[in-house]
Design a protein around this ligand. Structure first.
Ligand code: SF4
Ligand code: SF4
Ligand code: SF4
Length: 274
């Protein structure tokens, strides 16, 4: 089932039918062709969207009042991940010994040109047709970890053990997340997927949880991003005004995560300089 991207954040009824699914065949050298119809994530895909995250480093305070940052914890709780598999880590960064501390949240950068997908021999790491989200098909992952080695941002984890929280997942969540959780067990890689199964009508868990509104999420093609306060910004204006940058631009991966510097001439962040 698919919906028009205009339904995003409006909580409107899901539209479309399975018959609308494209018949695109994805090449897989080792394990035969993969038909997009058989992919596990298609039911909540929004064709034509291009999801982006904007992270305001001036507004992020690292949630130093807590053991686990709110965004990180919301992701753990929302996805029933093992506590040591953090899809979003917050790093403490010091440019030099005299500089202020900057807190740097790191989700999957959702690269436009993702090396992880290029190296996967069985198309388990792949970019979804329709919205180009980079996802993991855990039903196909053979645990070779080539994707993990190829990712310049080190955001992929390998599951050496079964997910200890597997038994805690309520039936309705389990159903909704299949096979996101069902097959995310021992011997596969996992990572942030921009809440790829859940964000119709809502923001990703981490974005909603940020008490400073430091995280924004939206559709680049709608040219709008929204934070936990419900503040919606014109995406391109925000990037220009705050002199946004992408991490490791030199890698050529074209991340869809954009960082707003902790200090810049056009800084109007919610939380002041870090
Ligand atoms: S992004 Fe928000 S929730 Fe995450 S560490 Fe920064 S202030 Fe806390
Ligand atoms: S950040 Fe890493 S895991 Fe995410 S899309 Fe880019 S290469 Fe793949
Ligand atoms: S977008 Fe979703 S999966 Fe990614 S870090 Fe945020 S809560 Fe976790």
């Amino acid at each position: 089932m698919k919906v028009n991207r205009r339904d995003f954040l409006k909580g409107m009824a899901v539209a479309g039918t399975a018959a609308m699914l494209t018949d695109l065949t994805v090449f897989s050298e080792n394990d035969g062709p993969v038909n997009e119809r058989d992919r596990p994530y298609d039911q909540w895909r929004i064709d034509g969207a291009e999801w982006v995250m904007v992270i305001d480093l001036a507004a992020c305070d690292g949630c130093v009042d807590l053991d686990i940052p709110r965004c990180t914890n919301a992701c753990i709780v929302g996805h029933y991940t093992p506590d040591d598999h953090l899809y979003l880590k917050v790093f403490e960064v010091h440019e030099n010994e005299y500089s202020n501390t900057v807190y740097f949240p790191r989700p999957c950068q959702q690269c436009e040109d993702p090396p992880c997908a290029h190296v996967c021999p069985v198309s388990a790491a792949w970019q979804r047709d329709g919205d180009r989200l980079t996802l993991i098909d855990h039903t196909r992952c053979i645990g070779c970890r080539l994707c993990q080695a190829a990712c310049p941002y080190e955001v992929r984890h390998f599951h050496f053990e079964e997910n200890p929280k597997g038994d805690d997942i309520p039936d309705d969540k389990f159903e909704a997340q299949m096979p996101f959780t069902l097959f995310r067990g021992k011997g596969v890689t996992a990572k942030c997927e921009f809440c790829g199964l859940q964000f119709i009508g809502q923001l990703p868990h981490c974005v909603s949880a940020c008490h400073n509104g430091a995280l924004y999420f939206g559709d680049k093609n709608e040219n709008a991003v929204t934070n936990a306060f419900g503040t919606t910004e014109v995406f391109t204006d925000l990037l220009a005004r705050r002199e946004a940058f992408r991490w490791k631009e030199e890698e050529g991966t074209k991340p869809r995560v954009f960082y707003l510097p902790a200090s810049s001439s056009g800084n109007h962040g919610h939380g002041g300089n870090a």
